[in-house]
Design a protein around this ligand. Structure first.
Ligand code: NAD
Length: 484
């Protein structure tokens, strides 16, 4: 592997962040982070061993009593300082994340750049307004104090696709609740995780409140099982989530699991197709299709089937594929060679199954380097096909016809997953009525975008629990009833 001419020495992060200090990994291990668009080394990050995880958990345990006892208003002030530090770094964080995972910069500036500071500020505000205790009249005629106290040490494990947002969705409520955190980011995007350490140091977060230990699956597994961990917050694949859920079940350890998806866009017969196609890229192909809530199954009414197929095909064929750091790019490269090959295999599965290829169908000729896949659409896909049932995690869409609302709802619900979804209609009430019938944790009417103030999460194999909104704070709190 050659080194990118763009690589700056500052991109190397050879240390772990433990107890407020930079600590060399015990085995001295480093993992290269490869730039998705150039296939060259962007920088090297420390890789934590089991003993490093032990040190990080010990630091988080030591810091817990002090942080838990810090008055909420003081914790909120420190979180505001943390948010301000993240915000000053937003542009460089967004660019770094895009270079790591190929996300178009126009998207990255929001989700990797500014969203983390917004989430930290949101939970700081919530903390100022929340009642930590309430005193209730008891059924025995006395009183009971119900305290909401932090659940303890949190293991936060995150994937590479939205590395900053998905970490902040855990760090922000956990720190607000008075928990201390050990964050284990994905090795593919380990470099950007250090921005949280830089910001924590600059903001004066107490030592040990936030610890960062990049590493692979074994590092994560050791952290999940660790006796010093009180709660696990995980985002990633359903397979890994199932394994983590089994461990937490055995240990009776609270766990939040944000997993995979295969969401449907239901295009109603009365939909405004121009409106639908103007949102198609952000709803169905966002982050090059590497998005858990992407609506990758398009359900089209038989009465307008050809029209929908043509509109989707021409919109997707017209997307701009390019350098993720170019603001006009709509589709960048996939995160790794393995991910690109996996997506190309799924395209072959679609061809072999005899689905009609509308556009795309392989790697674009225009790009010699970078793990690009042309955005691809298959039509006439029965919902039982592998391409409609399995999460591809790349820019591959299917179109399936339906006869009426009942059939559209049945097809949308015929999935092991239930994370996102969308309904496109000129009648909002009709859209809400359909949304009510979909088995999913979130769904949009005439658009799809996460709301930081509302709970996000899945049903069925898309996971357990919720993040964001006031509901996102609850998993980091436990109650204690004091009977007076
Ligand atoms: P992954 O499950 O392979 O890895 C995710 C993280 O978990 C990484 O940090 C990895 O090192 C760690 N890990 C893997 N196995 C582990 C184990 N047994 N114990 C502890 N840690 C373990 O997922 P990925 O390929 O990095 O991410 C893509 C997946 O994430 C997709 O399936 C996608 O749908 C899902 N995802 C879900 C959401 C959501 O909010 N529901 C958001 C983004 C991504």
């Amino acid at each position: 592997m050659t080194t990118s001419p763009l690589t700056e020495p500052a991109l190397d992060r050879p240390d772990l962040f433990i107890d407020g200090r930079w600590v060399a990994p015990s085995g001295g291990a480093l993992t290269d982070v490869i730039e998705a668009a150039t296939e060259t080394v962007l920088g090297a990050a420390a890789s934590a061993s089991s003993s490093d995880v032990d040190r990080a958990v010990a630091a988080a345990r030591r810091a817990l009593p002090g942080w838990r006892a810090t008055p909420p208003a003081d914790r909120a002030d420190l979180l505001d300082a943390f948010a301000a530090q993240l915000k000053t770094r937003a542009k460089s964080t967004a660019a770094l994340s895009s270079r790591e995972n190929g996300m178009p910069i126009a998207l990255s500036i929001g989700v990797n750049g500014y969203a983390p500071s917004m989430m930290v500020s949101y939970y700081a505000d919530l903390l100022r307004r929340a009642d930590t205790d309430d005193v209730r009249p008891s059924t025995l005629g006395t009183r009971t104090v119900v305290r909401h106290e932090s659940v303890g040490v949190v293991a936060a494990i995150t994937p590479w696709n939205y590395p900053q947002s998905l970490a902040a969705m855990k760090l922000a409520p956990a720190l607000a609740a008075g928990c201390t955190v050990v964050l284990k980011p994905s090795p593919e995007t380990a470099l950007d995780a250090y921005v949280f350490a830089d910001a924590a140091l600059a903001a004066g977060l107490p030592d040990g409140v936030l610890n960062i230990v990049p590493g692979g699956r074994e590092t994560g597994a050791h952290l999940v099982e660790h006796a010093g961990v009180d709660k696990v917050a995980f985002t990633g694949s359903t397979a890994a989530g199932r394994a983590i859920g089994e461990v937490c079940g055995r240990l009776l350890r609270p766990v939040t699991l944000e997993l995979g998806g295969k969401s449907a866009s239901i295009v109603s017969a009365d939909a405004d197709l121009d409106h639908f196609t103007s949102h198609l890229a952000e709803v169905s192909l966002v982050n090059n299709g590497q998005t858990c809530h992407a609506c990758t199954r398009i359900l089209a009414p038989r009465s307008r089937y050809d029209e929908v197929v043509d509109a989707v095909g021409s919109t997707v064929a017209g997307l701009t594929i390019g350098d993720p750091l170019d603001r006009s790019t709509q589709v960048g490269p996939l995160v790794t060679r393995a991910q690109r090959d996996r997506v190309l295999d799924y395209i072959e599965i679609g061809r072999d199954a005899g689905h009609r290829l509308v556009t795309g169908g392989g790697a674009p000729d225009s790009r010699d380097t970078g793990w690009f896949v042309s955005p691809t659409v298959f039509a006439d896909v029965d919902n039982s096909a592998r391409l409609a049932q399995e999460e591809v995690f790349g820019p591959v869409l299917t179109i399936t016809p339906y006869a009426d609302d009942d059939e559209a709802v049945a097809i949308a619900n015929d999935s092991p997953y239930g994370l996102g979804g969308s309904v496109w209609t000129s009648d909002e009430e009709h859209g809400i009525a359909i949304a009510d019938r979909i088995e999913t944790g979130t769904i949009g009417v005439n658009h799809y975008a996460l709301d930081l103030a509302a709970p996000f999460g899945g049903v069925k194999e898309s996971g357990l629990g919720r993040e964001l909104g006031p509901e996102g704070l609850t998993p980091y709190l436990r109650t204690k009833s004091i009977y007076l």
